[in-house]
Design a protein around this ligand. Structure first.
Ligand code: PLP
Length: 362
């Protein structure tokens, strides 16, 4: 793919304004450039890297009215050799195309998505943060641009990638277990819907649930299936729980659960981690009973942003709650976190193809 590149004038800032000793926020900073590519007349073209700036978009653009918009979230890390590596970026590209299919958006070959991301990182590599626990958060997204008030798939789109030099998701680090609200009031997805896609509208629909959780002093909702029987997701993370024998349970990837790359990775390296992982449908009633009887000893959420969010307490709407592992982070949860983040940072050998080096071309 030929990518046209417009560089920012040399006088512009080329690195983060944070000193290595200062904590870096998650998702707030941007780098100098962004990648863009347009879909028109049945094909993707005009690939370009331009200075990070506002978009021009028609007020009647379909994405603004009907939410035909999808995104991805990935990370890159700097290893001890000083090079930057994206982590499992092929999985994100593949999932972007899965979301595209569900939202009637034209797909983009995975290798083209990866080339776009790697070229952008290469151009803005000076922005890689120097903090020890930092990463470069990668946000690719596609949105419908046709100016039309009819409800139908757009005939034009923009694919864009922006980068955010970021500190850890939880500023205090991997030190605290969160609370989740168990409720039958809000659902994230229903069979036959868009639950397995990273569709913008899924996240808009989760905001009210998030506010409700906060009003009950929980960080997020533990989403149940639409029939209120099974555990599905933990806010914008896959849910997991661990029993007293050390087996890790993750809800099956159905059409109401996002196929988390973190979950998939934990499943793939279960032998190396020394844990057994089982996927299935887990009834909420059994889950609550097993926590009370201490059959379940650890729980949490898997996702790129935080990697693992340990859960120490499940709150009910009436204010009562049940506690897991005395509200503390469990040993197996901590082991998975340490092993996984060491793979991401190149401290432990990664399975083949997981870490892809960003070549120096510019
Ligand atoms: C709804 C939902 N579930 C799960 C995840 C975790 O997926 P991943 O591990 O690929 O980040 C995310 C985040 O991407 C999400 O938005």
């Amino acid at each position: 793919m030929d990518i046209k590149i417009e560089l920012k004038p040399k006088s512009e800032r080329r690195t983060t304004p944070f000193k290595p000793s200062e904590p870096l926020p998650f998702g707030k900073l941007r780098t100098d450039h962004m990648f863009m590519m347009d879909y028109e007349s049945g094909q993707w073209n005009n690939a370009r890297i331009v200075p990070y700036s506002d978009f021009h978009i028609a007020p009647g653009a379909i994405s603004l009215h009907y939410g035909q918009s999808i995104f991805e979230g990935a990370k890159a890390f700097q290893h001890d050799d000083g090079e930057i590596y994206t982590f499992r970026i092929d999985k994100n590209a593949k999932r972007m195309n899965h979301s595209a299919d569900i939202l009637c958006i034209p797909q983009i070959p995975e290798e083209i998505q990866i080339e776009a991301i790697h070229t952008l990182i290469d151009i803005d590599r000076n922005w890689f943060p120097l903090q020890e626990d930092a990463s470069l958060y990668i946000r690719p997204f596609i949105f419908a641009t046709q100016d039309s008030l009819g409800v139908h798939p757009s005939n034009t789109y923009t694919f864009a990638v922006i980068l955010s030099p970021s500190g850890p998701y939880y500023a205090e680090g991997f030190t605290k277990a969160i609370k989740l609200l168990i409720t039958k009031k809000f659902h994230r997805a229903a069979p036959g819907g868009t639950g397995s896609a990273k569709a913008a509208g899924n996240y808009a629909a989760s905001l009210k649930a998030g506010e409700f959780a906060a009003s009950k002093s929980a960080s997020q909702v533990l989403y149940l299936s639409a029939d209120n029987r099974y555990i599905e997701e933990a806010g914008a993370m896959n849910h997991f729980h661990i029993d007293k024998n050390g087996t890790v349970y993750i809800p099956e990837f159905t059409d109401t659960v996002l196929r988390s790359i973190t979950s998939e990775s934990v499943i793939e390296i279960q032998d190396k981690l020394g844990v057994k992982v089982v996927q299935g449908r887990f009834a909420i009633d059994d889950f609550i009973k097993d926590i009370k009887e201490k059959q379940i000893t650890e729980a949490g959420g898997f996702g790129t942003a935080a990697v693992i969010s340990p859960v120490g307490e499940y709150v009910f709407e009436d204010g009562s709650s049940i506690v897991v592992n005395d509200g503390e982070i469990g040993e197996i949860t901590r082991h998975i976190y340490d092993y996984y983040t060491s793979i991401q940072r190149g401290k432990i050998e990664a399975p083949k193809g997981w870490n892809r080096k960003v070549e120096r071309k510019y």
